[in-house]
Design a protein around this ligand. Structure first.
Ligand code: SF4
Length: 278
């Protein structure tokens, strides 16, 4: 695929999509919002748009989903289907409850990815396992095309090296993964430009509000814009530190630092000084 010219690739992709159901994995951030805009620009209407809710997104992200529903309706796209992992017996209903009940942190804090596999990937696949267009495609021996919003930055290019890739794991052979932003050459700046040009809402950065991948400036912003959620993240960290397992290998939500130890006033002063210089 990657040796084709741009026009040949476009024809091949459109031909491919004409035969197989197209599902957009919507994370409610800039990249997946840009995927929807780019599809609309090209006259490609997805068959489903699926968002897996961990129950721990920031209020601003949930607001973005509501705004996107309106934009999607205005362009004749299907609305966003919101799915959730439902624990069969456990006494919690979201990822925050999962962590605090078990007195631990999201697995990413320990360098693993089971939090996103359990709360983001699996609920989407569970929903799609009984989604009629997917079942029909699989019965025909075809795959479902799942569009993922990895952009054209070097970091995301490492995460997805091919235009199309067949997925593995439990659903091996059922999905063909497609990274349209990389085909289109859209990095984050271009994504935002295209979202604005399409009249769609530009989202805030999306992740669980206690995500261990958050950087200092994002944690600072959370503490300023969502102090209630910041306090809950600190409480999760405290429970994990003082709980029955303790934190043996990491210091806290930041892995090599505890969010509770951050000097927020110093971070804010540094940020403000940088803004004055710019
Ligand atoms: S956003 Fe972070 S904490 Fe939430 S599921 Fe993904 S990796 Fe885990």
């Amino acid at each position: 695929m990657t040796n084709m010219t741009h026009d040949e690739l476009t024809i091949a992709i459109n031909d491919f999509l004409a035969k197989q159901p197209l599902v957009v994995s919507f994370g409610a951030g800039v990249d997946s919002t840009a995927v929807l805009v780019g599809l609309h620009n090209r006259g490609i209407v997805p068959d489903a748009i699926v968002f897996a809710d961990t129950g721990a997104e920031k209020h601003s992200t949930y607001l973005h989903i509501i705004r996107m529903q309106a934009w999607l309706e205005s362009v004749g796209f299907p609305s966003i289907t919101i799915v959730r992992y439902v624990p069969p017996r456990a006494p919690y209903k979201d990822l925050e409850g999962n962590c605090t009940k078990n007195e631990t942190l999201p697995s990413l804090a320990f360098g693993h990815h089971s939090c996103s596999l359990k709360w983001k990937v699996e609920p989407q696949h569970r929903y799609l396992r009984s989604w009629a267009p997917a079942v029909d495609a699989w019965n025909r021996g075809e795959t479902v095309v799942k569009a993922i919003g990895y952009d054209n930055s070097p970091a995301d290019q490492k995460r997805a090296k091919k235009t199309f890739a067949i997925g593995g794991g439990k659903d091996a052979g059922k999905y063909t993964y497609w990274y349209p932003l990389q085909d289109w050459g859209w990095d984050r700046t271009e994504c935002i430009k295209q979202i604005v040009a399409a009249g769609a809402p530009v989202p805030p950065k999306s992740s669980c509000y206690f995500c261990p991948a958050m950087k200092h400036d994002e944690i600072l912003e959370l503490s300023e814009t969502h102090p209630d959620l910041f306090a809950r993240a600190l409480e999760m960290e405290r429970i994990a530190r003082d709980g029955r397992h303790g934190l043996q290998t990491v210091k806290g939500l930041g892995r090599n630092f505890a969010w509770a130890d951050l000097d927020l006033a110093a971070l804010a002063a540094k940020r403000d000084a940088a803004a004055m210089e710019a």
